[in-house]
Design a protein around this ligand. Structure first.
Ligand SMILES: CC(C)(COP(=O)(O)OP(=O)(O)OC[C@H]1O[C@@H](n2cnc3c(N)ncnc32)[C@H](O)[C@@H]1OP(=O)(O)O)[C@@H](O)C(=O)NCCC(=O)NCCS
Length: 219
């Protein structure tokens, strides 16, 4: 159990992550880390959670979880956290998530939220977020920094590239792949592999909405 934990971010997903951590590790002391806003504490349910600025954290905070959903923002924050000498905590597996078989590799720094189910022979990279009620079937691989929104369903043998973002309720057909840093809009059905890195896809079946706005980060 981690005694002191930094959650990177202080926005909505960070606040949710706080409560997921409280369910799993109730005695852990938590601070948020955020350089974007001016706020120095977040008040929730009668508690006041400090927000560290400029990566100046009390020495007891040596581990972190990512607390933002956007893969590009995750990457920036993780670079800063590592540069500040922090190390990722093991990815938080919420007590009401099911990670069934012992042949599932779960990386570090991410979140498996309540209601998720992962079956067998699955590889999850670092800083991956599987949000509420996502399901991941046999033989899937999910790259570092990827986010699967609430209620996503990945069939077997699906590959999600590094930094891909799947909106809420995306369903993915078996044996397909989603390109690195691609975005898939909410409620899409991925019937074929989506191959352009950084592009945005929407609809049923998922089709290209637009190409990458800026080149995706270097691998
Ligand atoms: C795909 C997405 C990223 C596009 O956002 P955007 O770049 O701001 O695009 P816009 O909202 O301007 O929409 C552009 C067009 O795509 C359509 N569109 C947007 N999202 C869509 C979706 N999920 N499915 C189908 N069509 C969609 C819009 O209706 C619009 O069509 P139009 O030009 O004919 O009017 C966004 O709509 C989305 O689905 N995000 C995921 C949200 C989510 O699930 N978040 C958290 C999950 S826990």
């Amino acid at each position: 159990v981690i005694s002191h934990l930094a959650i990177l971010g202080a926005g909505a997903h960070a606040r949710e992550t706080y409560w997921h951590v409280m369910d799993a590790w109730p005695s852990t002391a938590i601070c948020f880390v955020d350089d974007i806003t001016d706020c120095v504490e977040v008040s929730m349910a009668g508690r006041s959670i400090p927000v560290a600025k400029d990566w100046r954290l009390p020495a007891a905070y040596r581990h972190f979880l990512i607390g933002v959903g956007s893969p590009a923002s995750k990457r920036l924050l993780v670079e800063k956290a590592l540069a500040a000498g922090l190390a990722p905590a093991p990815t938080l597996i919420h007590p009401r998530a099911t990670v069934q078989a012992p042949d599932i590799r779960v990386g570090a720094g991410g979140l498996i939220a309540p209601g998720c189910v992962l079956t067998t022979h699955i590889d999850l990279g670092d800083f991956v977020i599987l949000n509420l009620n996502a399901t991941v079937a046999h033989d899937c691989r999910i790259g570092d920094f990827a986010t699967c929104g609430a209620g996503c369903h990945l069939s077997g043998h699906v590959t999600i590239g590094e930094g891909a973002f799947l909106g809420a309720g995306v369903a993915v057909r078996e044996s397909t792949a989603i390109a690195p840093w691609a975005t898939v809009g909410a409620q899409a059905y991925v019937a074929r592999s989506l191959q352009t890195p950084g592009a945005t896809y929407v609809g049923v079946p998922a089709r290209l909405l637009r190409g990458p706005a800026t080149p995706p980060p270097e691998a």
